[in-house]
Design a binder for this molecule. Structure first.
Ligand code: CLF
Ligand code: SF4
Length: 307
């Protein structure tokens, strides 16, 4: 007779702990979003790609509604802010880094912030959001840091659609435009998702739905990221940002978005309660308290937004 425990692989054991954490993650778990709060640390000002729905005067649209600007903090100021928030928000469970640019394009600050907060709060669940361009470069470090929740925005699988969404990517010091840039980005996103998923990280894939650009191909994106091991997809509406290339495009119709989520839900778990929060959001998803805490910042500890 074989003991049941002997069949538990290391991956299974990691999964059990991660599933417990996920029950306290307000974005990954619908039930958790009424009970648990998250805070975003705006420590990542730069971005390494150019999405046509983005205006870089504001926060990253891959996780935020357009037109919102977050102040940028040093890692030390972020740790101090975490301590202040934890004192006043007892149900705080997640600390996320979602911009205002790309978490991985600012890896030094992102990593340092996580290390400092880990020392101060070992119970914290960390979460990152990225466009995925340099994900293969940092995926191993992400796993080693113990991060179990990463969001990657994947808007297409093919370079023709990709070249309609991304103006350029800045990869290893060189700028690639159109399909050449999209090819590098799409390849790295998929490679990174696969690596993270195989190493115990729960990957959420955000998809911005743009009518007549990528909408018809979204079900394929969902099926592909499922194959790669992603945990959940979050199909988000396009909210045209003033000053962006897509500023005159139609906002995604709410009924069409719902239909797309229903359709893709046959293949994979869907997030339907996203609030497109700001890069310095604090509190329950439905009750942002960021302004309450931003007034407490000391101006000399902020650093300017590096556009
Ligand atoms: Fe923040 Fe994103 Fe982590 Fe959540 S948000 S980094 S996964 S902790 Fe959540 Fe906000 Fe939607 Fe993002 S509601 S925009 S999905
Ligand atoms: Fe803007 Fe985010 Fe795209 Fe960068 S990844 S261009 S910050 S939407």
């Amino acid at each position: 007779m074989t003991c049941g425990c002997a069949r538990n692989t290391p991956t299974d054991r990691v999964k059990a702990a991660t599933i417990e954490m996920t029950g306290r993650h307000p974005c990954y778990s619908y039930d958790a979003h009424h009970k648990y709060a998250r805070m975003h640390l705006p420590v990542a000002p730069r971005c390494n790609i150019s999405c046509n729905y983005c205006n870089r005067k504001f926060d990253c649209v891959n996780e935020s509604r357009p037109g919102v600007t977050s102040e940028v903090l040093t890692p030390e100021a972020a740790r101090d802010k975490f301590l202040r928030v934890r004192n006043k928000v007892p149900n705080l469970s997640v600390v996320g880094i979602a911009g205002p640019g790309d978490a991985l394009a600012n890896w030094g600050s992102t990593r340092r912030s996580i290390e400092l907060i880990k020392e101060a709060g070992p119970e914290v669940i960390f979460c990152l959001s990225t466009n995925g361009l340099v994900l293969p470069d940092y995926a191993r470090e992400i796993v080693e840091l113990g991060i179990k929740h990463v969001t990657v925005t994947v808007n297409s699988l093919d370079t023709v659609t990709g070249s309609r969404i991304y103006r350029h990517v800045n990869y290893r010091g060189k700028v690639y435009r159109g399909a050449a840039g999209a090819e590098i980005l799409l390849r790295n996103q998929q490679k990174g998702i696969k690596y993270l998923s195989r190493n115990g990280v729960l990957v959420k894939v955000n998809i911005v739905m743009v009518k007549d650009v990528n909408d018809e191909r979204i079900p394929k994106v969902v099926r592909r990221v499922k194959e790669l091991g992603a945990f959940i997809t979050n199909i988000m509406p396009l909210v045209p940002a003033p000053g962006s290339v897509f500023q005159d495009y139609a906002p995604t119709d709410a009924a069409e978005l719902d239909l797309m989520r229903d359709h893709c839900g046959q293949d994979m778990r869907q997030m339907r309660h996203c609030k497109q929060c700001r890069a310095d959001a604090i509190g329950l998803l439905s009750d942002d308290r960021s302004l309450e805490f931003s007034t407490a910042e000391k101006p000399e500890r902020r650093i300017s937004l590096g556009l």
